[in-house]
Ligand binder design. Structure first.
Ligand code: GLU
Length: 428
């Protein structure tokens, strides 16, 4: 199946149906949780630098807010679809429940490639998105955050527009803000560090020393980049990183068998996570076809780019050396490939845990913003470690006791918590 015919919402619903069946949820709860509670579709007119108006399509979907205000990112992507946003919103509900933070799940997006917009045009797009939806979101209802191709600067423009409309300061409206403007220390690193915390726990379980392992990454955006940095800092070796190249629409994998140099590679990467192919070649990196990241002779694979990247088309290319796949992206593995990986006895750390570091520190950021009192970085990262480790251990114990995959265990824990909240509120 090619990427354009892939529908992540159908995948998300199938995953939910399986959990609902195992939990023996009643029909009303199934019907309620299988679809978003609310969704908004809107047009955003933006005046471009040349004076012309271009109209962009924007979305916000709130899947469920039984456990707390909705929380979830905003993506800028040229191939964005409402079904992708629906899937991501549902995954956010389960993710917040899996790490037991008191938030619901939502997601937003705009169909746009921000590479094509100047910074002032991006600012007008951010402000336009907020103008269309300001009445329906907010710190106590649904709070956005960054996701693919959106940054702290985008969040700050959105916050400024929201506060201008409301006529007061609401720093808890949005997370992932720049640190000197109401952001939390540790937020930028959080999703990447979270991946490494869960890898550390998985390696303990498999009785493998981290400093004896090598990893290959798909993606080098703000999630993958910080995971690479921490994993290498504590002794792992990253031999390969692949990114998408906007200029020719292809992906490339950059390889150095004795370990990539994080700083050098960051220096030749743009702020949307794209490595400059020619500059990487000048630094001595082998440049391979993009799919090569999955074939590497490593112990750990980290898909940290986008959904539907490990499928029946490439799952058999995974090397026998691989012991762990940590899902840094949301939904990177198709249902069919997931089964092949489970049968091969490779431990998948599911996205709901592996990439939950971002939303966990978003939660800490909101708490700090609402108090207008900010913590030291060590305190933030210490709490991140505590939340993720305990969610990991909880899911892993359950998976072992029920003889099921980590993904199934996390789904059962999360869906059960959300269903319980809906029952307790008397909704279904
Ligand atoms: N976009 C991130 C995710 O998918 C973070 C969401 C948030 O912090 O609200 O987990």
């Amino acid at each position: 199946m090619n990427q354009s015919s892939y529908n992540p919402f159908l995948t998300a619903q199938q995953q939910f149906n399986k959990a609902a069946e195992q939990l023996e949820l009643d029909q009303a709860t199934r019907d309620f949780l299988r679809a978003p509670m609310r969704e908004y579709h809107f047009s955003i007119p933006v005046r471009m630098d040349d004076g012309e108006i271009r109209v962009f399509r924007g979305f916000r979907v709130l899947h469920n807010d039984a456990r707390g205000p909705g929380k979830g990112g905003i993506r800028f992507h040229p191939m964005e679809t409402i079904d992708t946003i629906r899937a991501l919103a549902m995954w956010m509900t389960w993710k917040c429940a899996a790490v037991d933070i008191p938030l619901g799940g939502s997601m937003g997006g705009v169909i746009v490639d921000p590479h094509d917009l100047s910074p002032p045009e991006q600012e007008r797009l951010c402000r336009g998105w907020v103008r269309q939806i300001a009445k329906n979101i907010g710190p106590l209802a649904d709070a956005p955050a960054p996701d693919i191709m959106t940054s702290g600067q985008h969040m700050l423009w959105m916050l400024d527009e929201y506060e201008t409309i409301l006529g007061a300061k609401y720093p808890g409206f949005i997370t992932g803000k720049p640190v000197n403007m109401g952001g939390s220390l540790g937020r930028i690193e959080a999703a990447g560090y979270g991946i490494v915390i869960t890898i550390r726990e998985a390696l303990k379980e498999l009785k493998i020393q981290l400093n004896q392992t090598r990893a290959s990454f798909q993606g080098f955006g703000s999630v993958a980049r910080h995971a690479v940095q921490l994993y290498q800092q504590i002794g792992g070796v990253v031999t390969c990183v692949s990114t998408w190249n906007q200029r020719d629409g292809q992906s490339y994998a950059y390889r150095k068998l004795d370990g990539i140099n994080y700083k050098d590679l960051v220096a030749v990467t743009d702020h949307f996570g794209e490595i400059d192919k020619n500059k990487a070649a000048d630094l001595g990196y082998e440049c391979l076809p993009g799919e090569a990241w999955i074939e590497q002779d490593v112990e750990i694979l980290v898909p940290a780019a986008i959904e539907n990247q490990i499928t029946l088309n490439n799952v058999n290319k995974i090397s026998p050396s691989v012991k762990i796949i940590a899902e840094g992206a949301n939904g990177p593995t198709s249902l069919e490939a997931d089964k092949v990986i489970y049968d091969r006895d490779i431990l998948i750390i599911p996205d709901l845990l592996a990439n939950a570091g971002g939303v966990s520190v978003s939660y800490f950021e909101q708490v700090q913003s609402n108090m207008n009192y900010y913590w030291q970085k060590d305190e933030v990262l210490g709490k991140l470690d505590l939340y993720l480790t305990s969610a990991y251990v909880n899911a892993s114990d359950f998976a072992i006791s029920e003889n099921m995959s980590m993904r199934d265990a996390v789904y059962l824990i999360a869906v059960d918590r959300v269903a319980q909240a809906c029952h307790d509120r008397g909704w279904v």
